[in-house]
Ligand binder design. Sequence first.
Ligand SMILES: [Zn+2]
Length: 166
Amino acid sequence: MAPTDLPSENDMANPYKSPQADDALDSTTTSELRRAAPARKVKLKCPHCGHNLKGATTAMIGDLAVCPHCKAEFEIRPPYMTYEQVPWYRRSGVNSVFILVHILTGGCVPFILWTCVNLVTGDIYYKKKDAAGDLETWSFANKVVAVAILLVNAIVLLLLLLGPSS
Ligand SMILES: [Zn+2]
């Protein structure tokens, strides 16, 4: 067995690491965080089912993980350390305004769909930090509502497209 085939310390430390994880991407942030010692605990949630994966650290960032709950495979992304690092469209304040605009215009400006897509593809972050120092995120219940809204809109759109053209 070639030395490169031996599992690294990282492999041993990551209980969620997927077997095909070695082509994981390596951005600057990723390598910076990997170098940072000692590894800091990070909040890790399955993006597919919202299951909390305990014991994740910064050393695992960039790896592919397998959710023990729904078996989905996903990349462990670096967490945002400050609200300023969060892209504007994933900030809680911006998305609250989107929802407000949607309501005030009676849905004529359907910004809420943008918020829903954000929630389904990732998290929306509060400025507030939790006890561990991580930014708090919108709850999983919000994601469920977002999926429901998107489904309803997709069905309405489909009915409009398939409707009688008389
Ligand atoms: Zn899952």
